[in-house]
Design a protein around this ligand. Structure first.
Ligand code: ZN
Length: 754
């Protein structure tokens, strides 16, 4: 997902820095306060290994209970609200890593109840009301945590709810529909590049009927909650006494002096089921997967457990380290892990390039567990996929960024925290821009068709040691060069759309449709994912922020969305054989753990069916006619597709294509080119199109000479025959020419009437 909030922060640098520091201290202080408060009021028991928050002590807090609370007091006394285990990795091998992870655990903010879903859109627009609104684009339906505004001020999709009046009688109301134990409010300022608005302090009111309201009390006084100090950092306000009600109001008291009453919010609450307070949403998925957010150590542990469960089809390896030294782990899933099998295509999913876009990471972790379990069960679809494909899963390309976001947690990380690498690099524009190199070469060339349309080498500046290239990017580039990947997807979050290359526009246009030579296939790939994702495919879904991708069936060309020079998608296509798209998985970049089962269900089919697309088009082996050895680096040209691909080390190749008939020419240095017609059908099975190439005599001679060997008899005879043939042809040509000349002469004489 693109970024507006951080960009804004950068452009308003000096002022922002002051405000940001203010915000930082506020959050830090609040985190501490929160912890104490929860402990004090909920009297939770806490050990080094786990924190268990029990509700039974709520009734001991000396405050006036609401009617609903009275109703439920007896039930409350015996039910556990929430259990949160803070797991520590006891089997740490690496000290540096250990330090990193335990720090993360300690600082993590504990939230008692999950969000109602203003951010995730689980809460419908109709459930949010307000006292007044500045205009429809700033209506109550925009008062959602992390909602992003459009670029123009005052449009239909502005960045918050803003009240029409600047007084203390304004409120934003949320109807939870069910009786709910409200535990907290998360508040955030307005997202805008034109104005600054946020609420400093507010009160909270609760009601069962939306007519009679009770203000939240702190002892005998009305509780005043600390709100925001800047426009982007979310701040948690914990209710002194968790209270059962159906409606909740946020009632701003003070706000940024030069601004107005604007806010974005999330409400925390547990739904009351009969006499049980449940912090869990409906289970959401029947798959027995580990649905929670996994920090670095927990991720390692989980991956290890998958290899333990399925040792025959899995292997963990690392492709490098992050800036702070966290390893970039990859899970390989294949019937023969650890080796490339001739003709078997290689697939990859990359998640967490933007560290705070945490859903992709969990989905990839879910996917590895799922593939392992289903393979063992004998699920035919999974068995086939694992047998015919070598799958590589990188759940976290930017683990440093993730750990930063994880410290704040799913509700308090905001929109940008943890997006960048530790050095502040956006990894999705950190790859070399090969598009402009190719386009420039094409522009300069007299014959455009002579310019290479694939395997564009990296520019020299990029490979230098002091180049501004993050270790994470370097690791992924060498991974891409090592393995003959055919298909990939890059998992992001914060929107619901699948974008396909090119991401970079021609001539630096901020937005312009920039298709590749494989546009039709890329559109197919994007559509495969988008049409099977349960949320994207729902025609009645609400916009995430301000852009309507549904009008394009939830797919878009990257350049048509916003230009990104040096993106991973473009690099993958220009530098390697691998086709890659970007999937924006959900409106919420970092959904609460309780949303993970449903998000898995939303994406499960898409993740599987997308991998299966690797078996489309044509594939085969390019071999030497004499030796039957595979020829590496052979160029596979498909007529009318100005993008070639190359064979891998063993001579095998994969050319993704839509159904149709194709003229394919294969060319390799030192060989005569070979042409075949290959038919691609509708079924997802690649057509086998093998090629056998004959070495040119010149090449044979070269090789023989290079080896310092004697030129073999048969070869000499062949050469001799070829020479004789050539001589014969030449003499025949001369004879024929002479004959034609004589005939002409005769005819001329005849014509002269001799
Ligand atoms: Zn992203």
């Amino acid at each position: 997902m693109q970024l507006t909030e951080r960009n804004m922060g950068k452009s308003l640098c000096t002022l922002a820095a002051v405000i940001f520091l203010g915000g930082f201290f506020n959050v830090a202080q609040l985190t501490d306060d929160t912890t104490t408060e929860v402990h004090l009021l909920l009297n939770s028991t806490s050990t080094a290994a786990s924190v268990t928050v029990q509700l039974q002590h709520h009734s001991t807090a000396k405050t006036t209970p609401t009617a609903a609370q009275k109703l439920h007091t007896t039930a409350v006394t015996t039910k556990k609200l929430h259990r949160k285990n803070i797991s520590r990795d006891s089997e740490e091998e690496n000290n540096g890593e250990k330090k990193h992870a335990s720090k993360t655990d300690e600082k993590k903010t504990q939230l008692d109840c999950p969000p109602l879903g203003l951010e995730s859109l689980r809460v419908d627009d109709s459930q949010i009301r307000a006292s007044s609104s500045q205009r429809s684009g700033l209506g109550p339906h925009r008062g959602r945590l992390n909602i992003q505004s459009g670029i123009s001020d005052g449009d239909l999709y502005d960045g918050a709810w803003c009240a029409e009046y600047k007084d203390q009688n304004q409120w934003l109301e949320v109807d939870a529909i069910y009786l709910t134990l409200f535990t907290g409010v998360v508040l955030q300022g307005k997202n805008s590049i034109w104005s600054w608005d946020w609420v400093h302090t507010y009160k909270v009111q609760l009601s069962n009927d939306s007519v009679t309201w009770k203000t939240c009390m702190n002892g005998t006084e009305e509780a005043i909650f600390e709100g925001n100090q800047n426009a982007w950092s979310p701040v948690l306000g914990v209710l002194p006494v968790p209270t059962v009600a159906r409606f909740i109001r946020i009632n701003p008291q003070t706000w940024y002096i030069n601004g107005t009453v604007c806010l974005r919010a999330e409400i925390l609450g547990c739904r009351v089921h009969g006499d049980i307070y449940s912090s869990e949403q409906d289970l959401g998925s029947k798959d027995p997967l580990d649905f929670r957010h996994h920090n670095y150590n927990e991720m390692r542990k989980l991956m290890k457990s998958v290899t333990k469960e399925c040792p025959d089809i899995t292997r963990i390896y690392t492709i490098g380290k992050s800036y702070t030294g966290l390893k970039l782990y990859v899970m390989e899933i294949s019937d023969n892990p650890g080796k490339h099998e001739l003709g078997e295509p290689e697939f990859r999913y990359v998640a967490g390039m933007h560290g705070n876009e945490a859903l992709g990471r969990e989905l990839v972790l879910n996917l590895m567990q799922y593939l392992c379990k289903e393979y063992k069960k004998g699920n035919q679809r999974v068995v086939r996929l694992v047998t015919d494909t070598r799958i590589h899963l990188l759940p976290s390309m930017n683990p440093d960024g993730y750990e930063e976001a994880y410290k704040k947690g799913s509700e308090l990380a905001g929109w940008a925290e943890g997006r960048y690498s530790f050095e502040g690099i956006d990894l999705n524009s950190n790859f070399p821009d090969l598009n402009n190199i190719m386009w420039d070469a094409e522009e300069m060339a007299i014959d455009k068709s002579k310019v290479s349309n694939h395997y564009i080498p990296m520019p020299e500046y990029y490979t230098q040691e002091d180049a501004m290239v993050s270790p994470e990017t370097r690791a992924v580039i060498s991974w891409m060069e090592d393995i003959p990947f055919v298909l990939s997807a890059n998992l992001h979050g914060g929107e619901l759309v699948v974008s396909y290359p090119f991401d970079c526009t021609v001539g630096w246009a901020p937005q312009e449709d920039t298709p590749t030579a494989d546009n039709a296939f890329f559109r197919w790939l994007a559509t495969v994912y988008a049409s099977t994702n349960l949320v994207m495919a729902n025609p009645n879904r609400r916009l995430c922020h301000h852009e309507d991708f549904q009008v394009h069936n939830n797919i878009i060309n990257g350049g048509a969305w916003h230009t990104v020079p040096g993106s991973m998608n473009d690099f993958s296509y220009m530098h390697t054989n691998c086709f890659e798209v970007t999937v924006e998985l959900s409106c919420d970049k970092y959904p609460h753990a309780s949303e993970l089962p449903i998000e898995w269900e939303n994406n499960k089919e898409s993740l599987l069916v997308y991998m299966e697309q690797i078996h489309r088009g044509i594939k085969g082996v390019v071999r030497d006619k004499m030796t039957k050895q595979g020829i590496s680096d052979a160029v596979i040209k498909v007529e009318d597709h100005d993008h070639d691909i190359r064979s891998a080390v063993d001579g095998d190749y994969w050319r993704l294509l839509n159904p149709g008939d194709y003229k394919v020419v294969v060319w390799a240095e030192g060989y005569f080119p070979s042409m075949r017609r290959c038919h691609v059908g509708m079924q997802p099975r690649a057509t086998i199109c093998d090629f056998t190439l004959t070495k040119t005599p010149l090449q044979r001679l070269k090789e023989i000479r290079a080896k310092g060997l004697k030129i073999p008899q048969d070869f000499l005879q062949l050469r001799l025959r070829a020479l004789r043939l050539r001589k014969l042809r030449a003499t025949t040509k001369v004879l024929n020419q002479r004959r034609v000349g004589q005939r002409t002469l005769r005819e001329e004489r005849k014509a002269r009437g001799a």
